[in-house]
Write a protein that binds this ligand. Structure first.
Ligand SMILES: CC(C)=CCC/C(C)=C/CC/C(C)=C/CC/C(C)=C/[C@@H]1[C@@H](COP(=O)(O)OP(=O)(O)O)[C@]1(C)CC/C=C(\C)CC/C=C(\C)CCC=C(C)C
Ligand SMILES: [Mn+2]
Length: 309
């Protein structure tokens, strides 16, 4: 994890193969769904996504993890300097060794990484969102950015129709759709974790949305699951599904070998919304998750979609 002062000389860093393996362990431990998605990718892409995952996870841990109370603006500024150095080919810690290799193999913009740090910074000083626009910015920063980082690895389809009228057209880069998938996933996270976040005094759902259904912050913090709450949840789930739908339209613009992992991750994550409905919107006492048989049943559907869509 983050080393504020560089205690380990750079020559002490692990070799790149071990660094990727370390990132793989982090992904497998923290994110079963994404890990499964990466197993459906070609080996090189898979390794790169593990490196990105580990960096994102370590960034999130700075504000959410066991030592989060020691994180300040300065910590994040130092983390950003460390990121810049990694992009310049000078990793400071073991996971960065893999990321430095990844950004060399798959040239990518540093800005989404910076934006993610800015998103995590929001968690330092903010625990309420008045409007959806405000929440959307947070979701872009902590999750939409991951779509942009991932696209650089997943690859854009260069078009293979070979027809003369498409000869001079630029391939479409589905950035908007990648961001939409990140936002959809983060909205899903937020809906699943309403109860857990409330115990930490956090409300991510826009206060305007609560007010529109005559439901108060106090109701939410007390876990009131009545008709007003169910209506709010139906509204939020519909909004999240609209983002998933937008994301789906972008998948065919990615290189073919990326279709199945993205369809699989999308469908499994979206399944959490179905689980919330199944739990009768009780996100206060039950953690919604996708059961194994449903996960298994999703795989052939994802495969079919990856072939035909
Ligand atoms: C065209 C098109 C559709 C392309 C696909 C692009 C794509 C793969 C988009 C997906 C983007 C994605 C995986 C977003 C992750 C969203 C997420 C889960 C964000 C989490 C934020 C904070 O949440 P919170 O603190 O509330 O949650 P915890 O309780 O702490 O979990 C994050 C934790 C921010 C950090 C994000 C990650 C650790 C996830 C990074 C994931 C990857 C790099 C995997 C990408 C996977 C595949 C299969 C490509
Ligand atoms: Mn977190």
């Amino acid at each position: 994890m983050l080393q504020i002062s560089r205690t380990k000389p750079k020559s002490n860093l692990i070799p790149v193969t071990e660094a990727y393996n370390y990132c793989r362990t982090i992904t497998a431990e923290y994110a079963k769904t994404f890990y499964l998605g990466t197993l459906l990718m070609p080996k090189e892409k898979r390794k790169a996504i593990w490196a990105i995952y580990a960096w994102c996870r370590n960034t999130d841990e700075l504000v959410d993890g066991a030592k989060a109370q020691y994180t300040t603006e300065d910590t994040l500024a130092e983390w950003e300097r460390q990121l810049e150095s990694t992009f310049a080919g000078l990793p400071s810690e073991d996971a960065d060794v893999a990321l430095a290799d990844t950004v060399k193999r798959y040239p990518m913009d540093i800005q989404p990484f910076r934006d993610m740090i800015a998103g995590q910074q929001m968690d330092l000083y903010r625990n309420r969102y008045q409007t959806f626009e405000e929440l959307k910015l947070y979701c872009y920063r902590v999750a939409g950015t991951v779509g942009l980082m991932s696209n650089a690895v997943l690859g854009i389809n260069q078009g293979n129709s070979g027809v003369p009228w498409e000869k001079n057209t630029q391939p479409y880069n589905p950035e908007k759709e990648a961001v939409a998938l990140g936002i959809a996933m983060q909205l899903t996270n937020i809906l699943r974790d309403v109860g857990e976040d409330a115990t930490r005094g956090r409300i991510y759902l826009p206060l305007d949305d609560l007010a529109a259904f005559d439901y108060t912050e106090k109701d939410l913090l007390a876990g009131v699951n009545d008709d007003r709450w169910k209506a709010i949840m139906r509204f939020q789930i519909k909004r999240a599904r609209a983002y998933y739908q937008q994301a789906e339209k972008g998948i065919s613009y990615l290189i073919r070998d990326s279709h199945l992992p993205v369809w699989t991750s999308l469908m499994l994550y979206q399944g959490i919304l179905d689980a919330i409905e199944h739990n009768n919107y009780d996100v206060f006492n039950k953690r919604a998750f996708v059961k194994k048989p449903i996960k298994i049943a999703s795989l052939p559907i994802a495969w079919l979609r990856a072939q035909v869509l």
